[in-house]
Design a protein around this ligand. Sequence first.
Ligand code: ZN
Length: 428
Amino acid sequence: MSLTAFLQSRYGSGFATRGAVEAHHNAAFRRFRANVMPRSPFYRDMAALPLEQLPRVDKAMLMQNFSAINTSGIDRDEAMQIALKAETSRDFSPLIGDVSVGLSTGTSGQRGLFLATPGERRLWAATMLGRYWPELWRRQRVAFFMRADNALYRSMSNAVVRFEFFDLMASFDDHLDRLDALKPSVLIAPAQVLAVLARHQIEKWISLSPRRIISVAETLSPDEAALIERAFGIRVDQVYQATEGVLAMTCRHGNLHLNERWLRIDRDVIDAETGAFCPIIHDFTRESLPILNYRLNDVLIPQAERCPCGCASQRIARIEGREDDVLWWRAPTGNRMITSEAIRTTFACLPQSLSDYRVIQRGGSLHIWLDGAEKEAETALERGLGLLAASMGCRLPILVFHKGLPPEENGKRRRIRVESDLGLKQVG
Ligand SMILES: [Zn+2]
């Protein structure tokens, strides 16, 4: 299983046609019905139902039914206790049987649990190694920045790899010395951390020469990608991974493809114009905690053209962020989706430079914080956003300018977002 996954991800060219993708999904789901669903008290009686008739699941629903959904008979409260203890002690070794337990913090601050069996951990490691290992004959030093360690990732430590975990909850300054001493050949971190490391590298506070840089766990903006590439002189690869599964990764040509070998990904289209959708995922590799008919609130923008790599897995132009990162402005025909990228571009085109900014949509108003900006910046921005609105055929919301920056919530530094439920989604 894991050798096949390794070879496939290193040397395989992926699915040749959409038909091959579908055949793979049908076979995988048949196996899943026969071997996995009967072991889940929740899904036991649903094994004959078509995929779309399975109950729609989201994080809250998954947590509510965790004890019945998982196939290892693991009790939610017991798992939660183990995960919480690991968080506070920063000792992430405990397992339940041979199943590792992890904790994720949701976007709404809601905690989620996830499980990984040894087989699932091997599959993950084999696929990542196959795809992203620089040279097989050389021992690699991997630096992995994550919010929490988990046996899932430690499974990679062995004779051919020195693997060091950098806890994002610990002091960043202490990490820098250790990182500089490690001189990682592979650097894996969330996009924002990579951006900070890139700035340190440019300032010559650290001197790293990684052969691979992989952005994980959150969306990588074009600005961040450019900064990281400039600092380290190599392309950033992207593994778009939620606790619910590995959704997409970059191919040899640097383009994002959906991970259709592991998942079937249906679309809940939220914007017909761009085809932007929230993925509804069915994961055929996740046996400990089945993920079926599960809707994520991330917004993906599909790309129609085929990739020169030849793989027929759906290409993704970019991950727009979460549903509440996407703005909706009024238009005569309903509401139009305004991507955070369009807003970022407008800011990037300002003649004045800003230290930082925030854009928060609240109902029909757009609240804008400009840090370190003169009055002219407001005028230029008003013009820029006006042009954006006109080009999208919608009305510019009322602009409300503020000084400095707003107080941050949950330490999430999202520059552009929608606050509260606005009932402003696309209508009709
Ligand atoms: Zn490709």
